[in-house]
Design a protein around this ligand. Structure first.
Ligand code: GLN
Length: 308
């Protein structure tokens, strides 16, 4: 069995030195301030041991990685009725694409593209004030990570509020089909803010533990979701978690994973580990360039691909 500590150390060293770092997202102006040289990795194994490398303790904007947790909350709230509002097929299109929405009557393809995540946020918001819904999402992450220090970067949220014209278009378009229940501005406000949650690799890997262990936190034994639900969330992460790069991620890494334009990726090695990587430079599909390479190295050396 390869030694996890030395594998993580090798990966952090290699990633720090690589010249190819991808492009830092700038369509949300505040995200452009991220340091392209940053790289972090954290792995939490079944025994609860946390192995870290590089900038694993530095908080970053989790952006679309938050969509794994909002999906979990929305399923907890309305169960399978969620699938009336959003599909679960890969889209093969960019994360912010609008093209499929007209032909498919305003029902987004899956919960991880922006349109789908906005619909999921709308489900969480119904029956609450935006502030309460956001508090629920934040507390859920603090609970999962066992860390009350997790917060929201208000500057990032405000930056996206000012410039999120594409998301506003998606939300208005869905609203016209009756797919959103709440005022568009309320739903988008909660969406922009949950995307602006900041977490370190360590916090994110801790928060993902339940997905790696049949819905349970292996440290406390507490059940977060049923084993069946954890399996299904993992399935959607595998098929849709990297947008039009999901096939490539499955091919190279072989794990369920969810990326964000802040450069974070949460990956799940079922029965083995919860993993978070972060490097702000992105590839053409908006997924962390070095994050994916790092996960590819990790799964190869540890033999963790779900495909054997
Ligand atoms: N908040 C971002 C957006 O809506 C999230 C996108 C992402 O991380 N892929 O554009």
């Amino acid at each position: 069995m390869p030694d996890l500590d030395s594998v993580v150390r090798d990966i952090a060293e290699e990633m720090r030195a690589r010249p190819d770092r991808g492009e830092v997202a700038s369509y949300i102006p505040e995200l452009a301030r991220a340091d392209a040289q940053a790289f972090g990795i954290a792995v939490v194994d079944r025994e609860g041991r946390v192995v870290t490398g590089g900038d694993a303790e530095v908080p970053f904007s989790i952006q679309s990685v938050s969509k794994v947790f909002t999906l979990t909350l929305a399923l907890g709230k309305v169960g399978d009725r969620l699938w009336r509002r959003v599909g679960r097929e890969p889209s093969g299109s960019a994360f912010n694409s609008i093209v499929q929405l007209e032909a498919e009557h305003g029902i987004p393809r899956n919960p991880f593209i922006n349109a789908g995540a906005i619909a999921v946020t709308d489900v969480i918001l119904s029956g609450h004030q935006p502030r309460e819904a956001l508090g629920e999402i934040l507390r859920f992450l603090q609970f999962l990570a066992e860390d009350p220090a997790i917060g929201i970067d208000e500057a990032v949220a405000a930056s996206e509020q000012r410039t999120g014209f594409r998301n506003r278009a998606l939300a208005n378009y869905m609203k016209s089909f009756g797919v959103l229940e709440n005022p568009v501005d309320f739903t988008l406000g909660v969406y922009f803010h949950h995307c602006a949650i900041t977490m370190s690799c360590r916090q994110l890997a801790m928060a993902g533990r339940f997905l790696a262990h049949n819905g349970r936190n292996p440290a406390t034994g507490f059940s977060v979701v049923s084993p069946e639900r954890a399996r299904r969330i993992n399935a959607i992460m595998l098929t849709c978690g990297h947008y039009d790069g999901s096939g490539e991620f499955a091919y190279r890494v072989g794990l369920p994973g969810k990326s964000g334009v802040g450069g974070g990726i949460l990956a799940v090695a079922p029965g083995k580990a919860s993993i978070a990587v972060w490097s702000p430079g992105l590839d053409a599909s908006g997924n962390s360039h070095l994050g994916r390479i790092a996960l590819e190295r990790l799964t190869q050396r540890m033999g963790w691909s779900i495909f054997g």
